[in-house]
Design a protein around this ligand. Structure first.
Ligand SMILES: Nc1ncnc2c1ncn2[C@@H]1O[C@H](COP(=O)(O)OP(=O)(O)OP(=O)(O)O)[C@@H](O)[C@H]1O
Length: 239
């Protein structure tokens, strides 16, 4: 349940949504995606979400859900091709543009070599990279990702960070729910949530944003500058 949400997300930038378990992060993302009924108003790229024709909206907004399901017997290539559905006519074969987008997306997540394997044969992290490829294959203007780093090892987390930077440099907007606070601190903006409300919304490098972040986690993390980056370290000492 969310309360009194008034949030405007900047286009062409990466916003990370952070906060404790149960704070409402996934609910907020689902509301932005139009996947939840809500009493307020959600606008996408300046237009009321429900006024968008379905296909246009599906092309404009890509969604990577938390623990997203997909048929385990589909090949990796077929799963990524599902991302092209908004671009395809009913029962029409994949176009050269669809095939090129799928190849690009699978290469971006280093999943191209498994393209003939069944999704069900993959490890958790490998599977997540295929689902990420499916979201990328949409080539949407806005990407919403709920815990995209789930099961990814550190090198692939770093790759995801670079990928998001590339998407933003190309003018796309990315909104991601993240538990990896040190990764989230690389975002342009943070939405800090607690108990169904937005506790703070601001630039990652601002002191007020970082203090809000420490506060919602009850000062069990502390944010430090290290090797030119902001990092969140666990606070284990009891005062
Ligand atoms: N389908 C549902 N029906 C009823 N309550 C729900 C449902 N989904 C989530 N909630 C409740 O809404 C609140 C916010 O949940 P949400 O999943 O948005 O939190 P979150 O911040 O994403 O948490 P987490 O970090 O644990 O994934 C929680 O108290 C949760 O119990």
């Amino acid at each position: 349940m969310l309360h009194q949400i008034d949030l405007e997300l900047r286009a062409g930038c990466w916003t990370a949504v952070v906060g404790p378990n149960g704070a409402g992060k996934s609910t907020l993302l689902r509301a932005i995606a139009g996947l939840l009924p809500c009493s307020g108003q959600v606008e996408l790229l300046g237009r009321e979400l429900h006024d968008w024709p379905r296909q246009q909206r599906a092309r404009a907004l890509s969604w990577l859900g938390q623990n997203q399901s997909a048929a385990d017997d589909l090949t990796v290539h077929d799963v990524a091709m599902l991302g092209r559905l908004p671009h395809q006519s009913w029962l029409a074969p994949a176009s050269p543009a669809d095939l090129a987008a799928v190849e690009r997306a699978l290469r971006q997540t280093q999943a191209w070599d498994w393209r003939e394997r069944a999704l069900g044969e993959l490890s958790g992290g490998e599977r997540q990279r295929v689902l990420l490829a499916r979201a990328l294959a949409v080539e949407a203007q806005v990407l919403l990702m709920d815990e995209p780093l789930a099961n990814l090892d550190p090198p692939h987390q770093a790759d995801w960070l670079l990928l998001v930077r590339e998407l933003v440099a190309a003018g796309r907007s990315v909104v991601s729910v993240l538990h990896e606070i040190s990764i989230a601190l690389h975002a342009d903006e943070l939405v800090v949530m607690r108990q169904g409300r937005i506790a703070h919304h601001g630039a990652c490098h601002e002191v007020a944003t970082q203090r809000a972040l420490e506060q919602v986690f009850e000062h069990r993390i502390a944010i430090h500058a290290l090797a030119g980056q902001w990092v969140a370290l666990p606070v284990t000492s009891v005062t």
